[in-house]
Design a protein around this ligand. Structure first.
Ligand SMILES: [Fe+2]
Ligand SMILES: [Zn+2]
Length: 415
């Protein structure tokens, strides 16, 4: 028998594939570099000019000695240098920016990496340039759809499905088939299943004689965000239709970002309250769990743009805001709700058996019209975290569309 051997600590090495300040993208070369008082000025061959603060450059050295945040094998931190750090010399060498620090340490930054991380106002605007494609009822006429065969090709078809989900907040995946096993395969296209107490791992939406949730009846369901009462509500809803009815049972979808847009334009007072005051949403299953969240109905990002919607009217707890604001707040929530059920905002389609739907649950609300429960309508449902989806989207577009792989995406509803 072979004795267990333990490597001595000095024998442990790290494998760091992310070293270096380079992305491997085409970029115009650095032609001029000069050290100014607080920053290094850099000019590129295409005539663009920008500056990088000294301490920013020192912090962002990703050489073997300093490490790279991408894999966390990183030794250089913000306390490794003082605010007065300044290069001894900075040069444009072979198209790169080369900086030598007073202790002799050398840093080399590729032009692609510099342009990608520049933080002048033009560069920052560009990086924040992604916008959702907002929609209303007309989406039903050209519903974003990708076939299962294309969506699982690991290439351009999959990227198309991912981009539709990113841009519209919803994509239909067609011709998956009605094998229940495919539900998990559909989920795994965007990430691992997120299990919750309310839904478990995969939830069968079927009418039942004694229904614990509204979903398990034949009653119509007003559009809603699933589980809005979680601090971090489910990210991507994964629906897989096994059996539908011929009458009723239509799926309804509403773009929460389109409602936000319309409120900002027509009802700025209501919009202000909905983006700043918290609503409480609750769900209790006695003896099992008591879930609560307080947060704005519309969350805004650092640029003041909607980044997440959180609204499930049936789970709305007694409002708890300043008494002075109570009436105005009710009016504001009502304005949102009115639009949510307005046919002008509602895209209604019949989902065929064998088709599935991926929905950004922090943006697009889903519901259904009523149906006769004896028809045996059967939808399978599970959830995948949004981070997992966005993470896979970035990695796939890094390969297929590298110039656009790293844009700011909405990070979802705040708690
Ligand atoms: Fe739902
Ligand atoms: Zn370094």
């Amino acid at each position: 028998m072979e004795a267990a051997s333990h490597d001595a600590p000095e024998a442990i090495t790290t494998y760091n594939p992310f070293q270096g300040n380079r992305l491997g993208l085409d970029a115009s070369r650095v032609t001029v570099a000069s050290v100014a008082e607080r920053a290094v000025h850099v000019e590129f061959a295409d005539g663009s000019v920008t500056s990088f603060h000294h301490q920013w450059l020192r912090h962002c050295c990703y050489c073997a000695e300093c490490g790279n945040p991408a894999d966390g094998i990183r030794f250089n931190t913000v306390i490794s240098f003082g605010s007065d750090i300044a290069p001894s010399v900075a040069t444009a060498t072979d198209g790169d920016l080369c900086v030598t620090w007073p202790d002799g340490h050398e840093s080399i930054y590729g032009p692609d990496w510099l342009q990608h991380h520049a933080y002048d106002s033009t560069a920052r605007r560009q990086r924040a340039g992604w916008r959702p494609t907002t929609w209303r009822s007309e989406l039903a006429d050209h519903f974003p759809t990708v076939s299962w065969a294309d969506a699982t090709d690991g290439g351009a078809g999959q990227l198309e499905a991912f981009q539709k989900l990113r841009d519209y907040g919803i994509v239909q995946i067609a011709d998956i088939g009605v094998d229940p096993v495919a539900t998990e395969q559909l989920a795994n296209l965007v990430g691992p299943i997120h299990e919750t107490t309310v839904y478990g791992r995969i939830y069968d939406v079927k009418a039942e004689p004694v229904a614990k949730l509204g979903a398990k009846t034949g009653m119509p369901q007003a559009p809603h965000i699933d589980d809005a009462f979680y601090y971090s509500p489910p990210g991507i809803d994964v629906f897989h239709c096994l059996v539908n009815t011929d009458e009723g049972g239509m799926s309804t979808y509403v773009d929460g970002f389109a409602i936000a847009e319309s409120l900002a334009a027509d009802e700025p007072g209501a919009y202000h309250l909905l983006t700043t005051l918290p609503i409480s949403q609750i769900r209790r299953h006695p003896g099992e769990i008591d879930l609560r969240n307080r947060g704005p109905l519309i969350s805004l990002d650092e640029f003041g743009r909607p980044q997440g919607i959180r609204y499930f009217d049936r789970a709305l707890a007694p409002l708890d805001v300043d008494a002075e604001l109570m009436d105005a707040f009710y009016d504001a929530v009502r304005e949102y709700n009115r639009r949510m059920i307005d046919p002008a905002f509602l895209a209604e389609i019949r989902v065929a058996p064998g088709n599935g739907m991926l929905i950004d649950n922090h943006r697009v609300m889903h519901g259904r019209t009523g149906f006769d429960p004896s028809f045996g309508r059967h939808i399978r449902l599970c959830h995948v975290p949004r981070d997992e989806f966005h993470g896979r989207l970035r990695e796939l577009s890094r390969e297929l569309d590298p110039q656009h792989h790293d844009v700011y995406l909405p990070q979802g509803a705040r708690s």
